[in-house]
Design a protein around this ligand. Structure first.
Ligand SMILES: NC(=O)c1ccc[n+]([C@@H]2O[C@H](COP(=O)([O-])OP(=O)(O)OC[C@H]3O[C@@H](n4cnc5c(N)ncnc54)[C@H](O)[C@@H]3O)[C@@H](O)[C@H]2O)c1
Length: 285
């Protein structure tokens, strides 16, 4: 019960990594304010929680929503101890020589500005709370090319740097700030970001699960719980000497894709491109 008596806020809480983290923090005693644009998913999560989870509707591209989220959590919980800035999606997929200014801005708002504003509106409620900890979801895409479209990669690199710089700003208040860099994790982000039609989502998720099992040196697919466990560590006192840094939880993906030595294994990005093309063809049919 590492989080008994703690108040946590998690964004992107209705699915994948966010949902697994909400359940992890709540299972260890936290009262969690779970935020998402997915009203049905968020309400279902709260309804199943015996009062340990409150759902707060929030679109993280709207700073006013974020301010209301943090004020609501602080008013009901008496302050905020843990913030997990996690909500995002894949953003604009165009290459740098084609992307529109609007697509670039939309991606930065969703992936980077949302995290900055999360910190902005939570920090006043976290000052001088013992063990106060902020964790931001970056990505392997923050560390190198080839893991995602360019706008998302640049925004996630921004999240990584923001985590370092905010850690220095907030150290005086006893607030730690760290990032998590997930590798290839089995969630809905791929079907959501590739705009896979509903009728094809189950099939696409099966393809993704198969690919993710073979993408990296660790010979199984990454699961949301793999990331939730690491977030819980960063949120807990066990990591109290860590700030302004990140944890890479990628099954070894950044060492090298499995395809690098096992030619039977599909290359992750070839497979994603094929899936995107199949989804487009399915949508057009
Ligand atoms: N799955 C991966 O392989 C992977 C790898 C690296 C980083 N990430 C990051 O992990 C985080 C969680 O993604 P996931 O894989 O769990 O995806 P997911 O699609 O399962 O969950 C994302 C959640 O965020 C919510 N969301 C999307 N836009 C929102 C908005 N504007 N406001 C509020 N909520 C919003 C969605 O409704 C969804 O519930 C994201 O930041 C993503 O970029 C994922």
């Amino acid at each position: 019960m590492r989080f008994a008596g703690k108040v946590a806020v998690v964004t992107g809480a209705a699915s994948g990594i966010g949902k697994a983290t909400v359940l992890k923090l709540a299972s260890e005693g936290a009262h969690v304010f779970a935020a998402d644009i997915d009203l049905a998913g968020g309400q279902a999560l709260a309804a199943s929680s015996n009062g340990k989870i409150d759902f707060v509707p929030c679109d993280v591209t709207r700073p006013a929503d974020i301010e209301i989220l943090m004020d609501t959590a602080a008013a009901k919980g008496g302050g905020i101890d843990i913030l997990f800035n996690n909500a995002a999606a894949g953003g604009d997929r165009a290459p740098i020589d084609e992307i529109s200014p609007e697509g670039w801005d939309r991606t930065m708002d969703l992936v980077l500005k949302s995290v900055a504003m999360g910190i902005r509106y939570a920090a006043p409620h976290m000052k001088h709370r013992p063990g106060a900890s902020i964790v931001n979801t970056a990505s392997v895409a923050a560390l190198g090319a080839g893991y995602s479209p360019i706008a998302y990669a640049v925004a996630k690199a921004g999240v990584l740097h923001l985590s370092k710089v905010a850690a220095t700003d907030l150290a005086q208040y006893g607030i730690r700030v760290n990032a998590i860099c997930p590798g290839f994790i089995n969630t809905n982000i791929f079907t959501a970001s590739l705009e896979v039609p509903d009728a094809m989502k189950a099939q696409a998720n099966e393809i993704i699960a198969g690919m993710s099992a073979q993408a990296q040196p660790v010979a199984r697919g990454g699961q949301p719980e793999d990331i939730a466990n690491a977030v819980a560590y960063l949120a807990s006192e066990e990591s109290s000497f860590m700030t302004g840094t990140h944890l890479l939880v990628d099954g070894g993906l950044t060492i090298g894709q499995r395809h690098a030595w096992d030619k039977e294994s599909p290359g992750m990005f070839d497979a994603l491109t094929q899936m995107e093309e199949a989804a487009k063809a399915g949508a057009a049919a």
